[in-house]
Ligand binder design. Sequence first.
Ligand SMILES: C[S@@+](CC[C@H](N)C(=O)[O-])C[C@H]1O[C@@H](n2cnc3c(N)ncnc32)[C@H](O)[C@@H]1O
Length: 353
Amino acid sequence: MIQQIDMTKVEAHAGKVIGDVAGALSLFMAYIGDQAGLFDALDGEGRMSLEQLSAKTGYNPKYLHEWLGSVSAAGYITFHPENETFSISPEQALVMGREGQPACMQGFIQAVVSQYEEHEKSVETFKSGQGRAWGEHSQCLFCGTDRFFRPGYQAHLVDEWIPSLKDVEAKLKEGAKVADIGCGHGSSTVLMAKAYPNSTIHGFDFHEPSIEEARQKAKAAGVSNVEFHVATAQDFEGDGYDFACIFDALHDMGDPVGAARHIREALKEDGTLMLVEPMAGDSMAENMHPLGQIFYAFSTTVCTPASLSQPVGLGLGAQAGQKRLTEVLEEAGFGNVRRSAETPTNMVLEVTG
Ligand SMILES: C[S@@+](CC[C@H](N)C(=O)[O-])C[C@H]1O[C@@H](n2cnc3c(N)ncnc32)[C@H](O)[C@@H]1O
């Protein structure tokens, strides 16, 4: 059969890919800018010439020239051709620098870079169909994940997500026993420990280096009502918990039903599980947008391999959606699942019963 090729469509598609190539390289330039402190060096300085930026940072003007050209063309900073200077607006600075602000995207970018860093392992894993444990990724992924999620937790966890749950905030203020399962570097755990000094927060994760990092974080934050344990979600110790939470980790687990069942058994009868998962619709058709594009990609190289590397290996995927998550929670024995809050990137499910 002779295929008719519409060259206009080919050109439009090639143009789209060129835009994606530009984006991929821009993220790499953004990462260099982050690691070299360049966005912060520009921040608050008004217009700077190449020479001024070089004098301030000590970096080779040959490299700076090329880098400035790329990030200006990307719109990450602004080039002023009339006097060949560069500036970063407060809005650009909030996204590209200013660590710890909710708008800072550098953690997200760092997580992307981590995937390119070990691209061969990802290709091998994909072709083999076998799992790849969370711990087999580069350190850059663990730091990037924490750095990306932390500002969102800072902005929403204590002020919106916990108050959206029935009766939980009052218990935490009074003094409750809490489990943060799959806690990673422990940012959510430490946040809750700070906000609810009468409660004891237990952070669990099976990745020992992450638990080590979490302990350092708690020490640096000066909180004493937090304990970190190396344990899996399916067999962590203790019972009588008033509140359990899982932040962006259930879909990474091999046996999310087993984990949820164990959590249900560890909770008091009137206890609550708060499940925070990536925002997603219930069907692939509903996820055909940039966030879906991003989450399915991370799921291809990180989340699904992490799940497949564990017993059961359900491979829920990072875009499971509320309907599928509810099935998992109901299979584990929970009776009620309600979306109590959401952000553009996360859904918060209140799980009881
Ligand atoms: C995407 S990270 C999220 C970490 C943290 N909750 C956060 O929001 O920054 C997923 C975490 O789940 C942990 N994890 C995956 N499967 C687990 C399991 N079966 N038991 C305990 N932790 C698990 C990983 O080690 C990793 O730290």
